[in-house]
Ligand binder design. Structure first.
Ligand code: ZN
Length: 99
């Protein structure tokens, strides 16, 4: 399951807010209540890196995720650089190619 952080700007009152969700869906303005605002931008949070103690872990949103990203730990590394290199390789790898 993909996981996104959607960025919204209200067309009526100009307020900005973000919402994390499993799709790029419309949201209602939390300030003035205007309906069905579409995200103008989103960050893909399906894979994230995070520092835990002295390690950097790579997390992936599980297939079963619906209302929370439900992250599972994919790998952990001694540095952020290695974690991000792994993540980049994962994201660019073809799903049909097995190592
Ligand atoms: Zn508004």
């Amino acid at each position: 399951m993909a996981w996104y952080r959607n960025h919204y700007q209200c067309a009526r009152c100009d307020a900005e807010w973000t919402d994390d969700w499993s799709c790029m869906c419309d949201d209602d303005c939390p300030f003035c209540g205007a309906r069905h605002m579409s995200p103008h931008h989103n960050d893909d949070l399906t894979h994230v890196t995070e520092r835990r103690a002295d390690r950097f872990v790579v997390l992936r949103s599980m297939e079963s995720a619906e209302e929370t990203p439900d992250y599972e730990l994919v790998a952990n590394f001694p540095s952020r650089k290695l974690a991000e290199a792994f993540l980049k390789a994962t994201l660019t790898a073809s799903p049909n190619t097995s190592a």
